[in-house]
Structures are given as structure tokens and as C-alpha cells.
Design a protein around this ligand. Structure first.
Ligand code: PLP
Length: 714
């Protein structure tokens, strides 16, 4: 066989997202053309479309890239062919029938804007770790050609949303075809006609992700744009997207010949999926509805993600009948029968249909995403199992984690490579692997961190000047931005969705105190904020506006900054460069949170309310706790107490520790905290550990059909 050209090799690499968690491959793409690489939002498919074979060849010669490309390509092939993974040893019973992982969003890379926040990034990390561990798993989601919005901030500090249409050809999406070569199209019937979707395949290492897309000619105009936007539109759009994700998703898998052994629903959006599996069992295996439900539920795994009521989709009877009525008829259950599956009390006509309830009733294994969230969820859903005591409610927990190779800075990884075992990045879920962190010398850890912090600050200034240019600011004003943020100052980051319960402006409750902290001559603190509010969330937008306005006040100028359009790329810069990551949700509403876990990997310290993952992570010396985990029924009192505690911890713990320097200006005690944080938390709050837990505690039992919990009948 003739040798492949480097253009062909890079072309193949660009078509599998594996490249995105390989620092070496990423830097090859960047070095081909650094300017185009950033202009194209780090999209190698687009980059290569601008570089024909000859132009690429010339460029590779200039930059001496040939052997690096060849070796990256070889590593990728070895990875794809490897048969000695954790999954080969421990997940053998799943065999050739994979687990199917359903999610409304997947956060895999900044060039693929089909995610909005933590839920999506978690799903993306789950696929990547499943690939690394060799778990037989496929993903199912929707392809949103306009994705989630890009954020700009207007003169008044108010968020504006923009959507841009993405051409699937510009992404690593393969059209899925039947054996005879035709595009596979699936359909879902509603009372108002059928909705059709084509299917794309996206390769995430060894894991295929199937994405359904209604933007095809067979559809009416309304349905063509059904999957255009993530979390756009009204309740009717939402339920139509969800029947496509759940019912259409199962049909898409069947059309490509996949008969999943386990159905994992990441949040309730996909809870219609089991109904379609029940239908197939009744039709093909001649089961009764009750038997089919029992069998289907035994292979179902459901992860619930939030105690916030708005996070649980509810639909009225009319919407359910219009969109699920035809399927219910095939199941032989009448309207009240289907409604009962989505109600806590099936007989209560005043109860709307809740997707979370449907998910609980159609999956025998359910879990929350942290220990504390488990407690909260058992209380929240106990009425589904009225005959049980709270501790016996069958909702366990598997705490979320993050995919190390995705979130760890390349420079930090070089450092870890020296003290951790060989190929440690393929075994990050094992505690022993991280022991070597103790052998890092304080100086090299500190210097590496400082250099990442500098990189963040340079990056932040550049983003601020783009923002200023867009607002038509003068050259002098833009020049001034170059003095914003001081690499020597204690730098606190806060970036997440601007959902009101996350209280982005908590640190600003007493503006005068904040002014003193920020302008302290010896020991200053500076803040970098980022995050998007949901387009319909005016309360979240008002909080965002408050922060933007504060950042423009003379006393806070250059010391509190807001960076717009938070996404995975900005997130990566932030979690890799900050000294401290601030997280101050209203307890216990942050089910887990994951951004702070990304900070851990890079040596930053968490400063957080004892909520979500932090409630089980904090040990007194691996970061900082705000408050003591108490809650007050009165929200105003709670906010005041937490706000005061936050300032208190900053003043009395964080700032003194950070500025406590030895004769070489090294914060020795701070560095000890950094090391302790990485060593005690890195392996636990890690997506490999998370996926191994899912496999052991849910996928394998579900695949074996071992009975463990009674399914609740409607
Ligand atoms: C990790 C991540 C999140 C989740 O952040 P939380 O603090 O857990 O809410 C949201 N958005 C992006 C872009 C992320 O990378």
C-alpha cells in the first residue's frame, strides 16, 4: 500500500475528536498556522480545507512537522486498536452490545457548539473517558446547527444573543448511511404528522456519537428548524426535541444495527427512549406492556442532575397527547396510562407530566451526582416510593468528575510526566497513580503555575480589547487595557452559567469592603468573571449586568473584569491560570459542579460553599470552605450569612496564605495546599473514576439484569 501523505493523515486525525485531548496533536495544528488556528475557533477541518496537500507539505517542511505528524498518527492507530484497556478486563460482560448514553447536550470542544454548560461538558467528558477506558458505549444526541448562542454585552451591560449557522461539512460529522448507501432517516409520529431526522456520526476516540438533525427536505418548515437551537423555543419545541432525542434516538440506533444492552439517560430530557424500547419488545418479542416495561427498566440507568425545579421538564396533557399519543396507542395504553408514567400520583388529573418522573419509572437504577445531592434527591422524590423510608429511596449517587487530558494544561502535564508513572494519563482514576505529586519541587510547580497565570492574563487582555473594539472605544482606552490584571496579584476566577442560584455577585454584597480588598496596596485581590445567562432568564442577566457595570467603575477598573462568551476555550484558560476558583451557590442547589475540579488538576485552589462535590472533597487543607454547610430557610438571611463568610475567609485565610512569602518570595504553605489538592482530589473527581463507577455499579448490573430494586409500576 502506498504511504499516506501527511495531508491524508492529518485529515483522518481531524475527523476524530481524539486529537482534541492530545496536547501534541493540538499543537501540530496550531503550528501549521497559528493565526488561522485561532481565527477558525480551533477547527482543524476548516484549517485543512484552507491547506491543500502541496501547501501543507511546504508548511510542514518549514516547521519540521513530518516526524511529529507521523508519530501522532501512529499513536492514534495504536490507541484505536488497543485491546488491553480497563474495559477489556472489567466490562467484558457488556460484550458487543454497548451502553447507549443519551444526552440533550454534549460539550466536547469549542468548535462544536452543541452544549450550554456543565451538563454538556460532563457528557462530553463521559464519552472521552469511556473511550480511554475502552468501554463499549455509544452516545446519542441532537445536532443543533445553530447551537447555543454566542454572547455579547451591549453598552448598557445587557447580554445579547447571537446565533450562527454551522455547516455540517465544516465539522467532523459523517453522514450515516444504510447498507445500500442511502442516508438513514428516522421518523417520529405525532398527531400532526411525522417529524423526520437524518443522522450524523461523530467519532470521539473509540466512542461513536450519533446526532439527529431535522434540517432536511422531508420536513415542514417548522420541523426543519426544530433542532436548530439548544434550549431554544417554547415548551412545544422542547417536547418535540425530546421525542426526537428519545424515540428518534432509539430508532437511529436500530437503523445502524445497534441493540444497546444498557440505556443511560443523562438527565430526564431523553426519558421517552425507554417507551420506544418497550414498543419494540412488544412488537418483536410479543411481550405484554407490563413485561416489556419491567424488562426495559431493568436495563435503564438514570442520572438526575439538579434539585432546581426549572431543571425538570413538565408538559401538559395536550402536549403529551399530541406528541406521545400515537406511540401510547401502539403500547396499548390509553391517555391516562401514559400520563400516569409521568406523574408521581398516576391518578391525579392536576399533575402535569414530568420527564424526571418518567425516567425514574422506566429505569431501575437511578443516581444523583454527589453524595449531598443523593440525600437531597431522595428527599425530593420520596413520594414516588411512599412505602419506603427516606434512606431506602432507591437513588444512589456517583459524584461527577472531569476528563484529565482535556482540562490539564500541557505545561502542567509535562511536569506530572516526570513524577507520575508511565502512561499515568490512561489510569487517572486510580489513587496510587497520583502519589508522585509529592515529589514535585515547590519551585517548579510554582513557576509553571505562574506561567499559566501569565498566559491567562495576556489572553484576558486580548479578549477585552476585542470587546472594546466592538464597542468602538478609542485607541487610548484600548491601550489602557494592556495594564489590566496584575500577574503578581491574587487572582480569583468565577465562570459558570449565570443561573441566579449560583449568585455570581455574592462577593459584591458589600461594595466598600470589596473596594478595600481589591485596592489593598500590599495584598491586592483581582477577579475575572465569565458566564452566560439563559436567553429567557432576565434575573440572571440582571446579575450579569451588575458585574459588568461594577467592572467599569473607576475603583474596580482592571481589577474586576468580565470576559464575554464563556465557552470551553475560555474555560480552559481560566481553570488553568487562576490562583483561586470561587464557587458560591445557594446550598444545596449545586448538585455537583465540575469547573472547580478542572482547577484542581492545574494546581489552583477552590474557595467554595460546602455544596455539591466540594462538600465531600474539602478536608481542611486542600482548599477553602465558605461557611460550615448550614442552610437557613430564609433566603435573604442565607445570602447575607454566606456573603459575610466569603469575605471573612478571603481576609483571614486566602489572602494571608497567598501572600505569606519566604525570603525567595515563595508562598511555601500555599504551594503545600496546591500539592495536597492535586494529590487528594485529582483521582477522585475525575471522569475515569466516574465512568468506572458507572460501569461497576450500574452498567454491569443492568446488563446482567441482576435484580436489585423493584421497578415502580404506574
Ligand atoms: C466545566 C464547565 C461548566 C460547568 O461549570 P460548573 O461550575 O460546574 O457549573 C460550564 N461551562 C463550561 C464551558 C465548562 O467548561
Amino acid at each position: 500500500m502506498p504511504q499516506k501523505t501527511i495531508h491524508e493523515k492529518l485529515g483522518e486525525l481531524s475527523q476524530n475528536l481524539w486529537w482534541s485531548w492530545q496536547p501534541e496533536v493540538t499543537s501540530i495544528f496550531r503550528e501549521i498556522d497559528p493565526r488561522r488556528w485561532s481565527a477558525l475557533a480551533h477547527n482543524p477541518v476548516l484549517l485543512l480545507s484552507e491547506y491543500g496537500p502541496d501547501k501543507l507539505e511546504a508548511r510542514a517542511r518549514e516547521e519540521v512537522l513530518h516526524s511529529r505528524i507521523n508519530s501522532a498518527y501512529r499513536r492514534w492507530q495504536e490507541y484505536m486498536d488497543s485491546h488491553s484497556t480497563w474495559g477489556d478486563v472489567h466490562a467484558g460482560v457488556l460484550g458487543h452490545r454497548p451502553a447507549a448514553y443519551f444526552s440533550a447536550e454534549f460539550g466536547l470542544h469549542e468548535s462544536l457548539r452543541i452544549y450550554s454548560g456543565g451538563l454538556g461538558v460532563l457528557a462530553g467528558d463521559h464519552l472521552k473517558s469511556s473511550s480511554d477506558l475502552g468501554i463499549p458505549l455509544v452516545g446519542v444526541g441532537l445536532f443543533y446547527h445553530e447551537g447555543y448562542f454566542s454572547q455579547t454585552i451591549d453598552e448598557a451591560g445587557w447580554q445579547q444573543e447571537e446565533y450562527t449557522d454551522v455547516d455540517p461539512d465544516a465539522l467532523p460529522l459523517q453522514p450515516v448511511r444504510s447498507a445500500s448507501g442511502e442516508r438513514i432517516v428516522v421518523s417520529v409520529e405525532t398527531r400532526g404528522g411525522s417529524i423526520f431526522a437524518q443522522v450524523w456520526k461523530l467519532d470521539v476516540g473509540r466512542v461513536p456519537l450519533y446526532l439527529l438533525d431535522t434540517n432536511i427536505e422531508q420536513n415542514t418548515e417548522e420541523n426543519r428548524v426544530l433542532t436548530a437551537r439548544l434550549y431554544g423555543g417554547d415548551q412545544r419545541t422542547r417536547i418535540r426535541q425530546e421525542i426526537m432525542l428519545g424515540i428518534g434516538g432509539v430508532r437511529a440506533l436500530a437503523a445502524v444495527g445497534i441493540n444497546p444492552r444498557v440505556i443511560h439517560m443523562n438527565e430526564g430530557h431523553s426519558a421517552f427512549a425507554p417507551l420506544e424500547i418497550i414498543r419494540m419488545r412488544m412488537k418483536h418479542d410479543g411481550r405484554s406492556f407490563d413485561d416489556a416495561l419491567r424488562e426495559t427498566a431493568s436495563s435503564g440507568v438514570f442520572t438526575t442532575h439538579t434539585p432546581v425545579p426549572a431543571g425538570h421538564d413538565r408538559f401538559d396533557a395536550g402536549l403529551i397527547d399530541e406528541h406521545v399519543g400515537p406511540l401510547a396507542e401502539e403500547l396499548g395504553i390509553h391517555h391516562e396510562g401514559i400520563m400516569g408514567l409521568g406523574r408521581v400520583d398516576p391518578q391525579n388529573p392536576n399533575e402535569s407530566f414530568c420527564m424526571t418522573v418518567l425516567a425514574f419509572k422506566t429505569s431501575r437504577r437511578a443516581n444523583a451526582v454527589s453524595n449531598l445531592h443523593g440525600v437531597v434527591s431522595r428527599r425530593m422524590w420520596r413520594s414516588l416510593w411512599p412505602w419506603r423510608s427516606e434512606e431506602e429511596i432507591p437513588i444512589g449517587h456517583i459524584t461527577n468528575g472531569v476528563h484529565t487530558p482535556t482540562w490539564l494544561a500541557a505545561q502542567m502535564r509535562v511536569l506530572y510526566d516526570r513524577v507520575l508513572p508511565q502512561k499515568w494519563y490512561l489510569r487517572t482514576g486510580e489513587p496510587d497513580v497520583w502519589k508522585g505529586i509529592d515529589d514535585l519541587t515547590p519551585g517548579e510547580l510554582w513557576e509553571t503555575h505562574q506561567s499559566l497565570k501569565n498566559r491567562l492574563i495576556v489572553y484576558a487582555r486580548r479578549r477585552l480589547s476585542y470587546q472594546a473594539q466592538r464597542h468602538g472605544q478609542s485607541a487610548r482606552e484600548i491601550e489602557r487595557l494592556q495594564g489590566f490584571l496584575d500577574p503578581q496579584s491574587l487572582t480569583v476566577g468565577f465562570a459558570r452559567r449565570f443561573a441566579p442560584y449560583k449568585r455570581a455577585d455574592l462577593v459584591m454584597r458589600d461594595v466598600d469592603v470589596l473596594e478595600k480588598l481589591v485596592n489593598d496596596a500590599e495584598r491586592p485581590v483581582q477577579f475575572i468573571f465569565a458566564g452566560k445567562a439563559h436567553p429567557a432568564d432576565d434575573h440572571g442577566k440582571a446579575i450579569l449586568q451588575r458585574i459588568v457595570k461594577m467592572s467599569q467603575e473607576e475603583r474596580f477598573l482592571g481589577k474586576i473584569v468580565f470576559l464575554d462568551d464563556y465557552d470551553i476555550n475560555l474555560g480552559r484558560h481560566l481553570v488553568q491560570g487562576v490562583d483561586v476558583w470561587l464557587n458560591n451557590p445557594r446550598r444545596p442547589l449545586e448538585a455537583s459542579g465540575t469547573s472547580g475540579q478542572k482547577v484542581v488538576l492545574n494546581g489552583g485552589l477552590n474557595l467554595s460553599i460546602l455544596d455539591g462535590w466540594w462538600a465531600e472533597a474539602f478536608d481542611g487543607k486542600n482548599g477553602f470552605a465558605i461557611g460550615s454547610g448550614q442552610t437557613h430557610a430564609n433566603q435573604e438571611i442565607q445570602d447575607k450569612r454566606d456573603g459575610d463568610d466569603l469575605i471573612h475567609v478571603l481576609q483571614n485565610e486566602v489572602i494571608p496564605l497567598y501572600y505569606g512569602r519566604d525570603q525567595d518570595d515563595m508562598p511555601q504553605e500555599w504551594i503545600r495546599h496546591m500539592k495536597r489538592s492535586v494529590r487528594t482530589l485529582g483521582w477522585r473527581f475525575n471522569a475515569d473514576r466516574q465512568v468506572m463507577d458507572y460501569v461497576r455499579e450500574t452498567y454491569i448490573p443492568a446488563a446482567g439484569g441482576l435484580s436489585c430494586e423493584m421497578v415502580v409500576m404506574p
